[in-house]
Structure formats: structure tokens, C-alpha cells
Write a protein that binds this ligand. Sequence first.
Ligand SMILES: C[S@@+](CC[C@H](N)C(=O)[O-])C[C@H]1O[C@@H](n2cnc3c(N)ncnc32)[C@H](O)[C@@H]1O
Length: 122
Amino acid sequence: MRKKDGELVPRNQKPTPDFSPRNNIWKYNTGAGYSAKDKIAFKHPAIFPEQLAEDHILTWTEPGDIVLDPLNGAGTTTKMALLNDRRFIGIDILQDYCDIAEERIEIAKGTLKAREQKLVNE
Ligand SMILES: C[S@@+](CC[C@H](N)C(=O)[O-])C[C@H]1O[C@@H](n2cnc3c(N)ncnc32)[C@H](O)[C@@H]1O
């Protein structure tokens, strides 16, 4: 929820834990510090939470599947698809948002490399 001037009103909603039975209403905290780990995502005015995208991807698809988001915005869906070993197609009508989505993919590739490196070192 936002105030009249657009500022986000913080909510003390308990987020859905990583491991728990999922019901058909999923609750997520949203806004700065909650919706996305990369700050660039917030250049888009209406992102949804990364956790929401990830929960759907893990629920409905298998590794290697193609995830399509025809209203990709800042690319939350495509980022979480990449991080979960899915292929992806993201479409948006605005080039600026496609640019943000592509930058997030590059950041996420760095995250994947760091994960792989950690596994090699363990
Ligand atoms: C609510 S935003 C999606 C945000 C996205 N889920 C995220 O987390 O970044 C909806 C997006 O749809 C795009 N859009 C609206 N009409 C479209 C159209 N006809 N074709 C492609 N994209 C469109 C807008 O530019 C906007 O970025």
C-alpha cells in the first residue's frame, strides 16, 4: 500500500517461509528490501517479488523447461527462471524495461558463477 505521495507504507506481514505447506493464498512482503535483491529492479514502478516468481516456477515447471513472461517488466520472472535452471523468454513493450531485465540477467549470471565457485571450493 502507498501513501498519497507514493511512499510505501511498511507492512509487518509474515512472509511465507522457504519450506512450508503452500496454500492457495501466498503472502509476500513487498517494496524496497523485500521484492528484489538487486536495486536496479526498483527502476520499474511495479515489480512483483522474486520469491513469488520463484515459487511459481518451482511449482509448475521442471529444470530445462521454457518459462514465458509476456509482460516481463524489470525481468523478475526471467531472472528467477535463470537462477532455477530454466530457459526463459521475456517480452516487454518498453525498451527501457527490457534493458533493466537484461542487466538483471547479467547480475544473476554472476550469482550463478559465485554459487558454482562455492561448490567447487567445498
Ligand atoms: C506490472 S508490469 C510487470 C512487472 C514484472 N512482473 C516485474 O516483476 O518486473 C507489466 C509490464 O507489462 C508491460 N506491457 C504492457 N502492455 C504490454 C504489451 N502490449 N506488450 C508487452 N508488454 C506490455 C509494461 O511495459 C510493464 O512493464
